[in-house]
Design a protein around this ligand. Structure first.
Ligand code: ADP
Ligand code: MG
Length: 273
């Protein structure tokens, strides 16, 4: 058997499989300012969960808690638990890069590295989380990730072009591909379409629907039609009169829209807020 020290010849990225994400009694602060109060939510494996609610009620903060970005904000603190398939995401035994690799994030504004090639942008997802893959494995992962993000056919002949040369919608799909390259178990999306035109938005919604079979998705959206189209479950966040954000109601999307239990949910989903 030949021994190799070639760092490019390492194991392929393992497919982690679907996972349920569970937030239990999550409270979050920025300094003395409490912005989430005992939020509990199960985001089931293989389902799309939409987080809805007015601006400032802590949806983005909640997403950052779910992939351990909140702890990087100076002065930020939190309480409660986040469990990934029953295992503590914040366990001292778990490295931050592992948490990030298993729970990926896509932001509102597409943020590919603009001068980096399309190929390298996808690979950057691996580097950012300390995941090592051989060159052949890399090519396969780039194709796989771009295909899942619905971008492969458009860019396969120009993988060396800069990411910044793509349209806004394509850039967002490139960011989705970058997140998928590490084969996360959960993908968090913070208003991924709000900077995009309707056609690009549709493309991303189609991608979300296809991805839901293999990655648990949590999406923040202000667009109620979008929440109704893409999600299986919804959670309605609210922070009234300066109080910290709470979940007023959560459940299957159809129920939340058709027969909400709380009048405030009814008002919000029907645009009366
Ligand atoms: P949403 O995404 O629902 O609009 P956010 O999570 O962005 O809500 O914000 C919740 C609250 O936390 C707001 O009052 C906001 O001003 C505050 N906040 C968000 N980010 C920071 C930060 N980095 N430092 C201090 N306060 C913040
Ligand atoms: Mg937000």
């Amino acid at each position: 058997m030949t021994q190799t020290t070639d760092p490019t010849l390492v194991d392929p990225v393992p497919a982690h499989g679907l996972a349920t994400l569970d937030a239990r009694d999550v409270s979050a602060w920025f300094g003395d300012h409490k912005v989430l109060d005992r939020v509990s939510l199960t985001m089931p494996a293989g389902r799309v969960t939409a987080l809805i609610g007015p601006s400032g009620c802590g949806k983005s903060t909640f997403l950052r808690v779910l992939n351990r970005m909140h702890e990087l904000v100076p002065g930020a603190s939190l309480a409660g638990e986040v469990l990934l398939d029953g295992h503590d995401l914040y366990s001292p035994d778990r490295r931050l890069t592992d948490a990030r690799r298993q729970v990926g994030m896509v932001f509102q504004k597409p943020n590919p590295f603009p001068t980096m090639s399309i190929y390298d942008n996808v690979v950057a997802g691996l580097r950012l989380t300390g995941t090592r893959v051989g060159r052949a494995g890399c090519d396969d992962l780039v194709e796989e990730s771009l295909t899942k993000a619905g971008l492969w056919r458009e860019v396969r002949d120009r993988l060396r072009s800069p990411g910044g040369a793509l349209s806004g919608g394509q850039q967002q799909r490139l960011c989705i591909a970058r997140s998928l390259a590490v084969r996360p178990r959960v993908l968090l999306m913070d208003e991924p379409c709000s900077a995009l035109d309707p056609t690009s938005t549709r493309r991303i919604e189609e991608t979300i629907a296809e991805l839901a079979d293999e990655v648990t998705i949590v999406i923040v959206t202000h667009n109620m039609q979008q929440a109704a189209r893409v999600s299986h479950r919804c959670a309605f966040f609210l922070a009234s009169h300066g109080t910290p954000g709470v979940i007023v109601e959560h459940g299957p999307t159809a129920l939340m829209f058709d027969s909400p239990q709380d009048q405030r949910t009814a008002d919000y989903v029907h645009g009366r807020f």
